[in-house]
Design a protein around this ligand. Structure first.
Ligand SMILES: C[S@@+](CC[C@H](N)C(=O)[O-])C[C@H]1O[C@@H](n2cnc3c(N)ncnc32)[C@H](O)[C@@H]1O
Length: 222
């Protein structure tokens, strides 16, 4: 996708609240990592934490900070291109005094390609990725080959890939692509049970208001 120059996002214009602007100005340097064409060394990123989870497209970051708060023994790298969301998560990191989240404000496809070493991640979270519902836009969907293989390579054996969507045909695509991947095996038969530790996200709420059904997929690296 990256090599073909196709992006899985469009930058949304969104007004930033005062708190988001202030957090972005004052906290970004402390809690974010610059995009670099160099693999991260997680022992430097999160000294003392041996499990690192990557979240792609955290949106406003509400699930991110809640999960990180409840799992302080794990490090979370959140990748997002939506600036107000970055500001909001920085604000929450500060308010909740979290030390186990780092943000990379950049295209996740390039981040995975250049900054994440093979067999280094304990988990990957992709909650409600942009659905790109029109057929002509399906090529922009994140969860497809070859990106899934790139992610699978970066999981440690036993590491997990967990995604959720409220779009039926995207859910089917996720299940199909992940099931066909020889590096992964399904932790469930078919769609996964709801993982109750995952907080409700903004986009999930929007889907539920439209009476969309939520599907989850949970695969494990062999
Ligand atoms: C539909 S929103 C879901 C946000 C959040 N996970 C939720 O459930 O509320 C998808 C998010 O993924 C981000 N995104 C899409 N492709 C991305 C990429 N390649 N790199 C970083 N962020 C991306 C978008 O900016 C957007 O905020």
């Amino acid at each position: 996708m990256e090599k073909r120059g196709i992006k899985s996002y469009v930058i949304r214009q969104g007004r930033m609240s005062q708190a988001q602007q202030q957090a972005y100005r004052e906290q970004k340097e402390k809690w974010s990592l610059p995009y670099e064409e160099k693999a991260l060394d997680f022992t430097e990123t999160f000294p003392g934490l041996d499990q690192v989870v990557l979240e792609i497209g955290f949106g406003m970051g509400d699930a991110t900070h809640q999960i990180a708060f409840e799992n302080r023994d794990k490090g979370y790298i959140g990748v997002e291109v939506h600036k107000p969301g970055v500001g909001k998560l920085l604000d929450q990191i500060t308010k909740r005094e979290l030390t186990n989240i780092r943000i990379i404000e950049h295209d996740a496809c390039e981040v995975v390609d250049r900054m994440i070493s093979p067999a280094s991640l304990a988990g990957v979270h992709i909650f409600f990725p942009d659905p790109w519902p029109k057929k002509k836009h399906h090529k922009r969907r994140l969860i497809q080959e070859p990106f899934v293989t790139e992610l699978a390579k970066r999981l440690k054996p036993g590491g997990y890939f967990y995604a959720a969507t409220d779009w039926d045909d995207y859910a089917d695509q996720m299940l199909e692509v992940l099931s066909a991947n020889s590096l992964l095996e399904n932790g469930f038969s078919g769609f996964a049970d709801h993982q109750s530790w995952r907080p409700l996200t903004n986009f999930e709420q929007k889907g539920l208001k439209k009476s969309h059904e939520i599907h989850e997929v949970f695969f494990v690296k062999k």
